[in-house]
Write a protein that binds this ligand. Structure first.
Ligand SMILES: Nc1ncnc2c1ncn2[C@@H]1O[C@H](COP(=O)(O)OP(=O)(O)OP(=O)(O)O)[C@@H](O)[C@H]1O
Ligand SMILES: [Mg+2]
Length: 250
């Protein structure tokens, strides 16, 4: 579902991704860990083409991100084509970025109606079902300000799912939450993984990564230091850098 081969990305002279090679199969959950500034968010943003890579190859579901290939030639996709590609990838950020002037349900159906051209009635029926799936059927008419952080984050997940993505990206979805609200969001993500969604999750929730992750990746300085079975990487890491990092987060 995701294939990164020697991906490089710099911001001016700052080299942020220094040759990332990773593979996520359909239905797998990859958990990405690493110190602040190691390039985790940048990598997620590249997968979603919010950032353009400088070198290497990156594809989602067998299609190059941001490019069309014909023979040996690469052609950069236009804005419309990029937008179409991006629809297949759902993203949930650290900070709840719901539309404040819309109810939970309106947030969920906004993109299907506006971008996909769904009729409002069907979108509402589907939206209510999605809110049920994240345990918020009773909150559909609430505005974000009337919801807890955990509830807002679950609406954000429902909103991403409303576009029927092939892949979901999560960037520290629980790190801005009060501790007692973390569990409810992780539960929704756990269920999503069980339902077979392919997920790339930046998280420092080691328990979640061990239990739900098929693959754990430790990044530092824009490179993958080690990756593999979460039990191995997170419990018996081979590298000193991974050990030192885990000692700090645990
Ligand atoms: N748009 C940008 N312009 C310039 N520099 C950037 C930009 N985005 C990120 N960076 C820099 O790239 C580096 C990696 O940032 P990134 O956000 O990917 O790290 P991260 O691993 O997600 O860190 P954190 O755990 O703090 O979220 C940082 O040094 C950051 O300052
Ligand atoms: Mg980040």
């Amino acid at each position: 579902m995701v294939l990164a081969e020697d991906v490089h990305k710099s911001f001016g002279r700052l080299r942020v991704l220094n040759g990332i090679t990773l593979r996520v199969e359909a239905g797998q959950v990859m958990c990405l860990l690493g110190p602040s500034g190691s390039g985790k968010s940048t990598f997620l943003r590249c997968i979603n083409h919010l950032e353009k890579i400088d070198a290497g190859r990156l594809s989602v579901d067998g299609r190059l991100v941001g490019y069309a290939q014909s023979g040996q030639r690469l052609r950069e996709l236009g804005e419309k084509e990029v937008a179409r590609q991006r629809r297949d990838v759902g993203m949930v950020f650290q900070r709840f970025n719901l539309f404040p002037h819309m109810t939970a349900l309106e947030n969920v159906i906004e993109a299907p109606v506006r971008v996909r051209g769904r009729d409002r009635r069907t979108a509402r029926t589907d939206g209510v079902r999605l809110l049920e799936r994240v345990g918020l059927a009773d909150k559909r008419d609430c505005y974000p300000a009337q919801l807890s952080g955990g509830q807002q984050q679950r609406v954000a997940i429902a909103r991403a799912l409303a576009m029927e993505p092939k892949l979901m990206l999560f960037d520290e979805p629980t790190s801005a939450l009060d501790p007692e609200l973390v569990g409810e969001v992780l539960d929704v993500m756990r269920q999503l993984a069980r339902d077979g969604m392919t997920m790339v999750v930046v998280t420092h929730e080691i328990g979640f990564a061990r239990e739900v992750g098929d693959l754990a990746v430790f990044m530092d300085g824009g490179v993958v230091v080690e990756s593999g079975d979460p039990q191995r990487v997170l419990v018996h890491p081979e590298h000193e850098r991974t050990r030192a990092f885990l000692a700090k987060v645990l």
